[in-house]
Design a protein around this ligand. Structure first.
Ligand code: C2E
Ligand code: MG
Ligand code: MG
Ligand code: MG
Length: 285
């Protein structure tokens, strides 16, 4: 049976979606206790600025260290958290933990490092995101410019008027705003212009097909051009090969993120990774 194979095998990444949530009826109750029990943790994946030639930030990626099931990736439990009404508390915890971590890095010799936090649709549309962000910034002492929020297209398209209001308040606080997994959802280009955004993140599914599927290459090129037209920065996520990197450099992508530069690691791992290397993209080519 899959779950007997060994925890690490189905904890992270590919193996994760196969966790039979339905067969774990206690998971929801467990998740309700996870924050109090200190079972949630963040891993961090660097993103590299092409012009700067080094990581300028790290994306916080949530993990749940389940006492029996092992380390679970967000695909295993974020949806459950949304359905169970727990995503607000979890999202607030993530914001506080990530801001605190970024502040610590910046005090410990990596002054230029920002942190990016994924915001769930439920949390965004519920209306307390702005105050949660404000309190995380105040509690940690992190400069708002060092916090980036990643929001998906469908999240902002759900209620456009409300979304513009929320984004505007966040922008006024000085927080950096990105659209995550861009290209997979549906967004109206005219609305995109009205949202006070800073950047688009090209979805991994398109990046992965660079060198494989010319249609997806065209989509990547189109998104980069769209971002430039709208005066937004553009990040490519899921960069795994030098071939993909070369294409992205050639097309004028601003930032890159993916296993080629570093997998998600603990906060200590990230600090080590960033301090240890100086030339990030030139040396991989
Ligand atoms: P995302 O924000 O698009 O994050 C990128 C995902 O792709 C991460 O998976 C990351 O580990 C993975 N990845 C990064 N580079 C590569 C690569 O080169 N190749 C491949 N194959 N994969 C790569 P992860 O950590 O399992 O997170 C999955 C999704 O869960 C995230 O997608 C995000 O939507 C969501 N998520 C993560 N943390 C949080 C959180 O704190 N709150 C909420 N609401 N959602 C979160
Ligand atoms: Mg993300
Ligand atoms: Mg993404
Ligand atoms: Mg993604």
């Amino acid at each position: 049976q899959a779950r007997r194979v060994g925890r690490s095998k189905w904890c992270l990444h590919e193996a994760c979606p196969h966790v039979p949530i339905e067969e774990e009826p206690s998971l929801e109750a467990d998740l309700g206790q996870a924050i109090a029990r200190g079972e949630l943790t963040l891993h961090y994946q660097p993103y590299v600025d092409i012009a700067a030639g080094r990581p300028v930030g790290a994306e916080a990626l949530l993990r749940w260290c389940h006492p029996r099931l092992g380390l679970l990736a967000p695909d295993c439990f974020v949806q459950l958290a949304e359905e169970a009404g727990l995503i607000d508390d979890i999202g607030t915890w993530v914001l506080h933990a990530a801001c605190h971590q970024a502040r610590t890095w910046r005090q410990r010799g990596i002054p230029h490092l920002s942190v990016a936090v994924n915001v769930s649709a439920a949390q965004f549309n519920k209306g307390n995101l702005v105050s949660a962000v404000a309190s995380a910034l105040a509690a940690s002492g992190l400069e708002p410019q060092a916090l980036e929020l990643e929001i998906t297209e469908s999240t902002v398209m759900h209620d456009v008027q409300a979304a513009i209001g929320t984004l505007r308040k966040l922008k006024d606080m000085g927080v950096v705003l990105s659209v995550d997994d861009f290209g997979t959802g549906y967004s109206s280009l005219s609305y995109l212009k009205r949202f006070p955004l800073d950047s688009l993140k090209v979805d991994r599914s398109f990046v992965q097909d660079i060198g494989v599927d010319p249609d997806h290459e065209s989509i990547v090129r189109a998104i980069i051009n769209l971002a430039k037209t709208l005066k937004l920065k553009v990040t490519a996520e899921g960069v795994e090969s030098t071939e993909q990197l070369r294409f992205l450099l050639h097309e004028g992508c601003d930032r890159v993120q993916g296993y080629l530069f570093g997998r998600p690691v603990t906060s200590e791992g990230l600090e080590h990774l960033v301090k240890q290397r100086s030339l990030w993209w030139t040396e991989t080519l």
